[in-house]
Design a protein around this ligand. Structure first.
Ligand code: NAP
Ligand code: GLV
Ligand code: GLV
Length: 335
C-alpha cells in the first residue's frame, strides 16, 4: 500500500527522491502558494502533507481531510496550523527545530548591525550618487550610528534562537537581559545574563530582539503601551513573527520618534503590500522573511521533514512531534 503525500512547494530533489521510496509524492511546482481552495481539494485524499508557513491549515481544512494522518511543517514556527484541531482528529504535526537556529540568529545579527550602523541607508547614499553629489568624502558627523559595546541587548524569548543571539551578543561585549515565560538559571549563569520582567526589559534595553513563537499570548505582545516604555535611542528587531508587534503602533512609534529604528524580517501581512508605510522610514531595515534562507538551513529543514515522515511511515513517533497528546488519540503510522 502506498500512501499519498502532497508537498505544497518545491523542496530539494534529493529529499523528494528519498521520500518517494515511502510515499506517492505530488509536488505543487508553482512559485506561489497553492490557493486555499486548491489546498482543500488536494488535502481531501492525501495521507500526508508537507506544509509551509504560508499555508493556512485551519480546522475547516482539517475536517475535510479524511485520510490525513500527518502534517509535516517545513518550518519551526507552526502558528499557521490549528494544532488543537489536528490533535482532536488524531493528526500528527511535526516541525523543523534546531537546524535553522544558527541561520536565523545570524540574520538577527545582520539586522541589528544594519540598523545600528545604517547599512542600507548608507548603501543607498553611495549607490544613488548622493555621496558623489555632496563632494564630502568623509565628515566627522556623516552617517553616525550606534556602537554596540557596553549597550544592553534585551532578548524576548530565550529559546533556541534567542539564546544563540544572546551568545553572539557576548562577543560584542554587550550586557544581556532576557524575558521568557520560564527562567533558565543554567543559561543565566553560563552567559551571565539577567532575567527581567517584560516592562523592565523594554525600559532598559538599547536593542530589543524578539524570539517568542506567535501564540494567543504573544499576539500584539509589543503594542503601543510597550513601545512607549522603550528608550528613544532603542532599536527593535523582529525575526519571529510579524503579529507579535502591533504594526499600527510601530508605525506611530517611528513617526513620532519614540524609538530610533527597527529591523524586521517578518510582517503581519506577507508579502508586505507595495508602498506600505514601513517602507518610508530610513531607519527601518525590512527584509522578506529570510531568517532561515541559507542553503545549509533550508536543506537541513527538508531532511528533518523527511525524517519525520519516514518515522511516521514506519510506525514510530516522529522525532519532532509538536502535539505529543496525539499519541493518546491514535498510534503513529498508517495502519
Ligand atoms: P523556541 O526554542 O521554542 O523558543 C521560543 C521561546 O519563547 C521559548 O523559550 C518559549 O518558552 C518562549 N515563549 C513561548 N511563549 C512565550 C510567551 N508567551 N512569553 C514569553 N516567552 C514565551 O523556538 P525557536 O526555535 O527559538 O524559534 C522561535 C520562533 O522564531 C519560532 O516560533 C518562529 O516563529 C520564529 N522563526 C522565524 C524564522 C524566520 O525565518 N524569520 C526562522 C525560525 C524561527 P517555552 O519553551 O517554555 O514555551
Ligand atoms: C520560519 O519562519 C520558521 O518558523 O521556520
Ligand atoms: C578612518 O578611516 C580612520 O582612519 O580613522
Amino acid at each position: 500500500m502506498t500512501y499519498k503525500l502532497f508537498v505544497t512547494r518545491e523542496l530539494f530533489e534529493d529529499v523528494i527522491e528519498k521520500l518517494s521510496k515511502y510515499y506517492d509524492v505530488e509536488v505543487w511546482d508553482k512559485y506561489t502558494p497553492p490557493p486555499y481552495e486548491t489546498l482543500i481539494e488536494k488535502i481531501k485524499d492525501v495521507d500526508a502533507i508537507i506544509s509551509l508557513l504560508t499555508d493556512r491549515i485551519d480546522c475547516n481544512l482539517i475536517s475535510k481531510a479524511r485520510k490525513l494522518r500527518i502534517i509535516a511543517q517545513y518550518a519551526v514556527g507552526f502558528d499557521n496550523i490549528d494544532v488543537e484541531c489536528a490533535t482532536r482528529n488524531g493528526i500528527y504535526v511535526t516541525n523543523t527545530p534546531g537546524v535553522l537556529t544558527e541561520s536565523t540568529a545570524e540574520l538577527t545579527w545582520a539586522l541589528i548591525l544594519a540598523v545600528a550602523r545604517r547599512i542600507v541607508e548608507a548603501d543607498n547614499f553611495v549607490r544613488w550618487g548622493e555621496w558623489w553629489r555632496t563632494k564630502t568624502a568623509w565628515h566627522p558627523k556623516m552617517m553616525l550610528g550606534t556602537e554596540l559595546m557596553g549597550k544592553t541587548l534585551g532578548i524576548i524569548g530565550l529559546g533556541r534562537i534567542g539564546s544563540r543571539v544572546a551568545e553572539i551578543g557576548k562577543a560584542f561585549k554587550m550586557k544581556i537581559i532576557y524575558y521568557d515565560v520560564n527562567r533558565n538559571f543554567e543559561l543565566e549563569s553560563k552567559l551571565s545574563i539577567e532575567y527581567k520582567s517584560l516592562n523592565e526589559l523594554l525600559r532598559e534595553a538599547d536593542i530589543v530582539s524578539i524570539h517568542v513563537p506567535l501564540t494567543k499570548e504573544t499576539y500584539h505582545l509589543i503594542n503601543e503601551d510597550k513601545l512607549r516604555l522603550m528608550k528613544r535611542s532603542a532599536i527593535i528587531i523582529n525575526t519571529a513573527r510579524g503579529a507579535i508587534i502591533d504594526t499600527k503602533a510601530l508605525i506611530k512609534a517611528l513617526n513620532e520618534n519614540w524609538i530610533a529604528g527597527v529591523g524586521l524580517d517578518v510582517f503581519e501581512e506577507e508579502p508586505l503590500p507595495q508602498n506600505h508605510p514601513l517602507t518610508a522610514f530610513k531607519n527601518a531595515v525590512i527584509v522578506p522573511h529570510i531568517g532561515s534562507a541559507t542553503y545549509e538551513a533550508r536543506h537541513a529543514m527538508a531532511e528533518v521533514v523527511a525524517e519525520n515522515l519516514i518515522a511516521f511511515h514506519q510506525g514510530r513517533v516522529p522525532p519532532n512531534l509538536v502535539n505529543k497528546e496525539v499519541i493518546n488519540v491514535r498510534k503513529p503510522g498508517f495502519q
